[in-house]
Design a protein around this ligand. Structure first.
Ligand code: FAD
Length: 303
């Protein structure tokens, strides 16, 4: 068996693998798609000490760093089941069974998408999901935020300080965000909030986003909003479906962890976007991965 088996090859999984391998213990990584969300990222400007990089570069760096150590890297392998017996067992989609004394779950998350025409085509060309990451790319331009929950209204307030104007489109007839956030957003001169708005299409010129179309759900009229950027803020879905009924998840499906990154199953740790850790970012996921590996090592020397 492995001493530490990491499930997931994003920043959290890579950091966990490096920290574990540096302890000289038997370490494996199973990743459906090595690199995770970073692979889909164009500009990264908040990875501290690296002024600017892009996703593919950072992913190549992660892989080189992991392979610098004696780590079994199993790419394009998907975990479908976890069970704690004498060892923790991870079953892969191809039927293989991996055993390990400890497991670190770092399967990340995915942004919920609008599923409208143009969204995929202009992803990274105006369609964005992370205001902390991509907000500054739209400095002085008009943008829209899709979704009037906490993350949408926070995004609008955040963007209002950077961009020329923000239009928030909320599907329902009320905003689901906290009152204090709604008040703040309403007080900003360059934020417009439109309710009962169903986004129907992302418009582009072949290169970049130029606007969007929405239908007013009350009047059934279609409207056009000219924007250069569209921030989709309708939820982050943790990749934890295969863990349901196995360990404790929050009501949003995030893995509950303690300060040492241990889950509700002793010997099973978790890190990054799949956990309840607030603020989903690369640097935060890496810190989580390091914590989980040190937590697992601590567990190993005590058991
Ligand atoms: P992920 O990156 O999601 O990686 C999860 C890993 O687990 C992947 O390897 C995946 O294939 C694997 N996996 C999932 N399920 C299974 C399974 N069942 N079996 C095996 N493997 C599995 N953050 C920043 O700090 N700065 C930015 O500029 C930035 N820009 C972003 C831009 C975009 C478009 C997106 C989508 C995100 C951006 N983020 C940014 C957020 C950042 O990418 C995430 O916070 C970070 O990648 C989370 O790392 P993670 O390792 O927890 O998960």
């Amino acid at each position: 068996p492995y001493d530490v088996l990491v499930v997931g090859g994003g920043p959290a999984g890579a950091a966990a693998a490096i920290y574990a391998a540096r302890k000289g213990i038997r370490t494996g990584v199973v990743a459906e798609r090595f690199g995770g969300q970073v692979s889909d990222t164009m500009a990264i400007e908040n990875f501290i000490s690296v002024k600017a990089t892009d996703g593919p570069k950072l992913v190549a760096g992660l892989e080189q760093h992991v392979l610098d150590y004696d780590v079994d890297l199993m790419k394009t392998q998907k975990a479908v089941r976890l069970e704690k017996k004498e060892f923790v067992e991870i079953e892969l989609e191809n039927g293989a069974l991996l055993k390990s004394k400890t497991v670190i779950l770092a399967t990340g998350a995915r942004w919920r998408e609008m599923n409208v025409p143009g969204e995929q085509e202009y992803r990274g060309k105006g369609v964005a999901y992370c205001p902390h990451c991509d907000g500054p790319l739209f400095k002085g331009k008009k943008t829209a935020v899709i979704g009037g929950g906490n993350s949408g209204i926070e995004a609008a307030i955040d963007l209002a300080g950077i961009v020329e104007h923000v239009t928030v489109l909320e599907f329902g007839d009320t905003l689901r965000a906290d009152d204090v956030l709604v008040k703040k957003a309403n007080s900003l001169p360059n934020v417009t909030i439109i309710k009962n708005a169903m986004t129907t299409e992302v418009l582009g010129d072949g290169q970049r986003v130029v606007g969007l179309k929405y239908t007013d759900r009350i009047t059934d009229e279609s409207h056009l909003v000219e924007v250069a950027g569209i921030f989709v803020q309708i939820g982050l879905v943790p990749n934890s479906e295969f863990l349901k009924d196995t360990l404790e998840l929050s009501n949003r499906g995030e893995i509950l962890i303690d300060q040492h990154a241990q889950t509700s199953i002793p010997g099973v740790f978790a890190a990054g976007d799949v956990t309840t850790t607030p603020y989903k970012q690369i640097i935060i996921s890496m810190g989580g991965g390091a914590t989980a590996a040190l937590g697992a090592f601590d567990y190993l020397i005590r058991n």
